[in-house]
Design a protein around this ligand. Structure first.
Ligand code: NFA
Length: 98
């Protein structure tokens, strides 16, 4: 195989996965403390980050939590929604391409 062939092959092999934003959506019912808990537990934000993201969504309606490969973003969003739902809260997260 020529050097050019090897380079071409490597180029197609190392493409970065497309990233997807997980977005926190505000509502009138989910307690602030619970939102912070979910952001820490599911999205591994620290206390300061979780407070900023929660407050931003509270004030603006939405806030980007983090970006991940598609399957990770969808799994985390689903797990977070399910955890809230089990507590009777309507908390929502959406996933969209970066
Ligand atoms: N708006 C909610 C409240 O006042 C808190 C909240 C923030 C909910 C961010 C959802 C997302 N209890």
């Amino acid at each position: 195989m020529s050097e050019t062939d090897l380079k071409l092959k490597q180029k197609t092999k190392v493409q970065k996965p497309k990233l997807y934003k997980v977005i926190l959506v505000n509502d009138d019912y989910t307690p602030r403390e619970f939102v912070v808990l979910i952001l820490k537990a599911e999205f591994r934000l620290d206390m300061a980050q979780a407070e900023v993201v929660m407050l931003t969504a509270h004030q603006k309606g939405v806030c980007v939590v983090s970006v991940y490969p598609k399957d990770v973003a969808e799994t985390k969003a689903t797990r977070a929604i399910d955890a809230a739902s089990q507590m009777g809260y309507p908390l929502q997260f959406t996933v969209e391409p970066e």
